[in-house]
Design a protein around this ligand. Structure first.
Ligand code: GLY
Length: 579
């Protein structure tokens, strides 16, 4: 029996908690979660989130803050933050008028050919580099929306590179692991890259005395600071022309890469109309091709709309089965049809509700569909991820969702000599073996073959969910093909299952991408839902080794209260800032 004094104490405590939550002055800050009224930035690195917050507090808007954060991440999160890579920025004002996508995906150099990766000898690190898009992409978005000066937005990044910053525990561990794994002699594993290609990487990111990085030690990048200063002074020409372009072209020549000064001068980002879908009365805004992200996300949601997931419960085997089967079908179409829209006709039906209904009808509620049954006319041959995401909201509730990447963690590990920055290995995202689609998950359909000037297919999926004509959720993630499914999980958690954003980001995730046939779940899902997993196995699902999935820094807007919650993903080392 409960003691009446305890009962009354509990009542008083609850009353106090309610009063505290209601009247506590905002912002309420933790390093990884912030609740505030005006604006917020959330990303993987604290100094970069600080740079974005500074832009907001100085009267900048969400695009200003995203640009400042992205340049700072190029310094403080070198595994994926970049000026030598590419990505996508989605900008949605609160009324959605004038929304835009900035596609700054890298392109293949003019000398690239369809079969350039067929021979293993042609796969050296320098040949995997696509023409970088980030600097012109951020400049295009800033030119369209920015309020603060370009120079002002790059200054925090210059200072972080010039004066250094304290590496956090996650970055110290990543640096140590990557340096230990970067070949010093012989050849890079699995490629034909001479180890000399990585000497500059070790010089830029290794410690002078060769010892291991420890949390709190400062990483100083003077050559990167000089490049950022040129970009701040000269605009994007400070990267694509003149001294920086010459350094990149020289690095390419030294390592047998294909990019020339002409490729750099010719690079252009593209402004696109955002892709729109709906899910149970929520509006989904995302990016169209050249990324497959938005299309596959909306297709999977359209399929799932045909089932009452809420009634089954978030973690029931029924719900998990339907989500896996929807992922499988959306990824089958991704493989069949998606590639650079400049050279591919993308069938409009992929976004169509009636088509999704037909796909939903092919799901057997009691049995996993073997992936091969969905192949259709894709011929299967029987022979035999790193990115980062940031979300921003400003006081006018304009939302920015930005995902950009070097492709692999630390990209190609080629650091431009004299420039101190990493180049991507984005050419990996083209089909390497034209015509070869196999059970291991290699895709060889024509839509994504290599061609000069072509954008390689991406899975990046910066997404903004809207409700009642207003922005509600800003999200996105890194993770290669898993990106789409991470975003799908977060969107379902918020919309279908009504989770608060902190819980929606923390909740375990899973991934199925048609081929390979296996489902990958996070270790936490395996531990917490072992009975559901056992049932899924009985239904015919096979599971790959569990792995942590994504890094989905997200923001939820509480329109009725005039408040915002920014929730950093804690899987790597996220930071939420707001005011
Ligand atoms: N490089 C990861 C992606 O674009 O999907």
């Amino acid at each position: 029996m409960t003691n009446p004094r305890m009962k009354s104490a509990r009542r008083e405590f609850l009353l106090l908690a309610v009063v505290a939550i209601t009247f506590w002055p905002l912002p309420v800050r933790g390093n990884d979660t912030v609740r505030c009224r005006n604006g917020a930035v959330v990303c993987v690195s604290a100094p970069a989130a600080d740079a974005g917050l500074k832009a907001l507090e100085s009267g900048g808007n969400a695009v200003d803050a995203a640009v400042a954060t992205a340049f700072a991440l190029a310094v403080t999160y070198p595994p994926a933050g970049n000026i030598g890579g590419g990505g996508y920025m989605l900008v949605v004002p609160d009324d959605a008028e004038g929304s835009a996508v900035f596609d700054f995906r890298e392109v293949a150099p003019a000398a690239a050919t369809r079969d350039m990766f067929v021979e293993k000898s042609g796969r050296a690190a320098h040949r995997r580099v696509g023409v970088p898009g980030t600097v012109r992409g951020l400049a295009l978005a800033h030119g369209r929306f920015g309020k603060l000066s370009w120079k002002q937005l790059i200054e925090p990044a210059v200072a972080l590179a010039r004066d250094g910053f304290a590496v956090d525990a996650a970055l110290a561990a990543d640096l140590n692991e990557t340096l230990a794994d970067t070949p010093r002699e012989d050849r890079a594993p699995g490629s034909q890259t001479p180890a000399t290609a990585f000497a500059e990487f070790r010089r830029a990111f290794g410690k002078a005395d060769g010892s291991k990085w420890r949390t709190g030690e400062r990483l100083v990048q003077p050559e990167l600071a000089a490049v950022l200063e040129r970009i701040a002074e000269q605009g994007p020409d400070g990267f694509y022309q003149g001294e920086t372009a010459e350094l990149i072209a020289a690095e390419m020549q030294r390592g047998g890469g294909l990019i020339t000064a002409k490729d750099l001068a010719a690079y252009q980002p593209v402004e696109r109309v955002p892709l729109r879908g709906t899910f149970r009365g929520y509006e989904i805004m995302a990016v169209p091709p050249s990324s497959s992200g938005g299309t596959a996300l909306v297709e999977a949601l359209n399929i799932l709309e045909n089932f009452d997931l809420r009634a089954q419960g978030r973690w029931s085997p029924e719900t998990l089965h339907l989500v896996i089967e929807s992922m499988k079908r959306a990824f089958r179409d991704r493989a069949a049809f998606l590639g650079d829209p400049a050279v591919n006709e993308i069938p409009p039906r992929l976004l169509d509700k009636a088509y999704a209904k037909k796909l939903a009808a092919t799901i057997n509620p009691r049995r996993a569909t073997p992936s091969l049954e969905l192949a259709g006319d894709i011929r299967i041959t029987t022979e035999s991820e790193h990115t980062t995401h940031l979300s921003v909201i400003d006081k006018d509730r304009t939302a920015v969702s930005l995902t950009y990447t070097l492709e692999s963690p630390w990209g190609s590990r080629v650091v431009v000599r004299g420039g101190g920055f990493l180049l991507n290995d984005e050419m990996n995202d083209f089909n390497w073996l034209p015509g070869v689609t196999n059970l291991e998950g290699r895709i060889g359909t024509p839509a994504n073959d290599v061609a000069p000037g072509k954008r390689m297919l991406s899975s990046m999926c910066p997404t903004i969910v809207r409700k009642d004509g207003k922005n509600l959720l800003v999200t996105g993630s890194p993770g290669g093909r898993t990106i789409i499914n991470t975003v799908l999980c977060v969107v379902l958690n918020v919309t279908e299952f009504g989770m608060p954003v902190r819980e929606a980001v923390d909740a375990p995730r899973m991934h199925q991408d048609w081929l390979p046939e296996t489902v990958r779940v996070e270790p936490a899902l395996l531990e917490q839902q072992s009975a559901a997993i056992a049932r899924l196995k009985e239904m015919g699902h096979r599971f790959a080794k569990p792995a942590v999935q994504g890094d989905a820094h997200s923001i939820l807007i509480h329109a009725a209260q005039g408040e915002i919650t920014a929730a950093a993903d804690r899987r790597i080392s996220g930071a939420a800032r707001g005011y």
